[in-house]
Design a protein around this ligand. Structure first.
Ligand SMILES: Cc1cn([C@H]2C[C@H](O)[C@@H](COP(=O)(O)OP(=O)(O)OP(=O)(O)O)O2)c(=O)[nH]c1=O
Length: 194
């Protein structure tokens, strides 16, 4: 099997992709993540994922397989990315308290051999428990909010905030592994027939 260029600086994405047994080289994109107000939330998730893909492709025109992704959260038509500071993180988690939000993860994969790009969008629902101020502050002290869309990390102590999820756990972490397997198969990169 060939080498996958992972266009992401996220260590979670690296670990998740590794589980598929592929060899990986990390080459993060160089873009500003800008949403287009004329697009829907879903369209924006794919747009930013493709912006990342195009950036990595431009800088690495000889790479065979390039994968990029983008994760953000929506609740009541508002988009939540990574919080800039602890106050923003506190407000985000408080907004999610007792409610169900959607985690959107867009994925784009380019195959040079086929000269083809495939994209998918995973939407997973996450229901938060009713959280009092003390619990939110207790969670924020773990400092997981600093590098996660929505200010929590399901794979770490973020689990204490969650009632249940409906969808893909790996997608909430940053990469929907089951979908990516299907995308690799469709691009003939993984061949399940031995
Ligand atoms: C909701 C949630 C997000 N996250 C992380 C996954 C992503 O790394 C991050 C979402 O931000 P992204 O902007 O999608 O990704 P990134 O900036 O970390 O990396 P890159 O743009 O280089 O690909 O939030 C978790 O680790 N756990 C969670 O439960």
């Amino acid at each position: 099997m060939g080498l996958v260029t992972l266009g992401s600086k996220s260590p979670r994405r690296y670990e998740l992709l590794k589980k598929l047994g592929v060899d990986i080289v990390v080459k993060p994109p160089n873009i500003e993540e800008i949403c287009d107000e004329n697009l829907s939330v879903q369209e924006n998730a794919i747009k930013i994922t493709l912006d990342k893909l195009n950036s990595v492709r431009e800088n690495n025109p000889n790479d065979e397989i390039i994968l990029t992704a983008d994760t953000f959260i929506t609740l009541d038509n508002k988009i939540y990315g990574k919080p800039k500071n602890r106050v923003e993180a506190f407000n985000m988690i408080t907004k999610f308290s007792g409610k169900t939000h959607q985690v959107l993860t867009g994925v784009a994969i380019y195959s040079k051999e086929l000269d083809k790009t495939v994209t998918e969008l995973d939407i997973t629902s996450v229901k938060f428990k009713n959280l009092d101020k003390k619990t939110v502050d207790y969670y924020l002290n773990f400092n997981e909010w600093q590098d996660a869309a929505g200010a929590y990390q399901i794979q770490n102590m973020g689990e204490i905030l969650i009632d249940y999820i409906n969808g893909s756990y790996s997608s909430v972490m940053g990469l929907p592994i089951s979908r990516i397997y299907g995308m690799f198969v469709s691009l003939n990169f993984i061949n399940p027939v031995i």
